[in-house]
Design a protein around this ligand. Structure first.
Ligand code: PLP
Length: 394
């Protein structure tokens, strides 16, 4: 291969490392859970999206194994050729029912769902008004569409109204507001009731990416729309977080939107159907999530306890009420040092820094899980306090 090109790539890597921004992957040697095996150690895990602790649930594993025995391992086809199982339709209908929508459509990931949503439903005459802190997959999906793009400051309702006015003034046919339901890096909940009011005022449609909410937030885990009492028109989400944590994404919404996505969404049309084991496990996860008021209560109790413990120790936290609790540290190296000091103490966390979060806003994003015990939570608070003092952070 062209040696200049490889040298260029090495230079890029060196630059990332010198800036203290190299991401290193640690290997977990057992199931995802509240405590995980990392090599020969057991660690308290504070960074999975395993909110209800379903990732290693025995009933889900059994459903997946049964599906492999019945349907085999893979589909070797896209959905519209010969890749649609009765199981796929069952999962789509169960997802729609869970979210109170007409229907839903599956994707290999929510990244793909967001990649297919905008281009399929909107044309150059239309406008997309997008929150500045939306997930990378929304940003990419919006870029792929021919609709005119407007961006508003995150959760800034005055700015959203200005952008809606502008979109009307500039002659848009349809307007679609898109936002994360929970902003994954900050843990903040979108102001959906206010967004709904503005959407009604300017005749706009609302799409919410509820990856960090479906299954664990809101009454019965119905997500941020239910939590805020706001009607949301289109919901995108994942089976890769609360709902079993394997993989797979979906879009739920009105029948016509789902039917058109089935005809047009490129990540749906040109990518393999979900593996039977994943579909069956996710279906079981949905069923368990529906009944999981106890797990949701545990999750929220841990959230309050951990938040209070860290605040009392003197850490700078972002305010919020979701199980995402960001510990703000500023520089990337500080986040990495604290992560390393916590690793030594048996607490598994990850530092987040640019480009995942803005420069100078590095953090350790902790996440609570119903898989943790109260002792695990207290252990983690103690480790944070010790490590924080050692590094002079608190
Ligand atoms: C995790 C996440 C995604 C991606 O979901 P996958 O199913 O893992 O591709 C998309 N949007 C948001 C807001 C997320 O948090």
């Amino acid at each position: 291969m062209n040696s200049g090109f490889l040298k260029h790539l090495q230079g890029e890597l060196d630059g990332i490392a010198e800036a203290g921004m190299l991401k290193r992957e640690r290997q977990i040697t057992g199931p995802q859970g509240g405590r995980i095996a990392v090599g020969h150690r057991t660690m308290v895990n504070l960074c999975a999206n395993n909110y209800l602790g379903l990732a290693d649930h025995p009933e889900i594993a059994t459903s997946a194994i049964d599906a492999i025995q019945h349907y085999g391992f893979g589909m070797a086809s896209v959905r519209f050729i010969c890749g649609t199982l009765d199981l796929h339709r069952e999962l789509e209908q169960a997802t729609a029912k869970f979210l109170g929508k007409d229907d839903s459509i599956l994707f290999a990931a929510c990244f793909d769902a967001n990649g297919g949503l905008f281009e399929s439903l909107l044309g150059p005459e239309d406008a997309i008004i997008s929150d500045a802190l939306n997930h990378a997959s929304i940003i990419d999906g919006v870029r792929l569409s021919k609709a005119k793009r407007y961006r508003y400051g995150s959760s800034d309702m005055d700015d959203l109204e200005d952008q809606l006015k502008l979109a009307v003034l500039e002659g848009s046919r349809f307007r679609l507001i898109v936002t994360d339901g929970v902003f994954s890096m900050d843990g903040h909940i979108a102001k959906l009731a206010e967004i709904r009011a503005l959407a009604d005022k300017y005749d706009a449609i609302i799409a919410v990416d509820d990856c960090h909410a479906t299954g664990h937030l809101g009454p019965k885990g119905r997500g941020t729309g239910a939590l805020t009492g706001a009607e949301v028109d289109i919901i995108t989400g994942t089976f890769g977080k609360t709902l079993g944590g394997a993989m797979g994404g979906f879009i739920a919404g009105p029948q016509q939107a789902i039917d058109l996505l089935r005809q047009r969404a490129r990540p749906y049309l040109f990518s393999n159907a979900l593996a039977p084991a994943v579909a069956a496990g996710s279906l079981k996860a949905l069923e368990l999530a529906d009944k999981a008021d106890d797990l949701r209560a545990t999750l929220m109790a841990h959230t309050r306890r951990f938040r209070a413990g860290l605040a009392e120790a003197g850490f700078d936290l972002l305010e919020g009420e979701t199980p995402i609790i960001p510990v703000m540290l500023g520089e990337a190296t500080k986040a990495q040092d604290l992560a390393a000091a916590l690793d030594k103490r048996g607490v598994y966390v990850a530092g987040f820094f640019f480009p995942v979060v803005p420069k100078g806003k590095a953090r350790i994003r902790t996440q609570m899980s119903a898989a943790l015990s109260q002792d695990d939570v207290d252990f983690a608070i103690g480790a944070f306090a010790e490590a924080g003092r050692e590094l002079g952070i608190i």
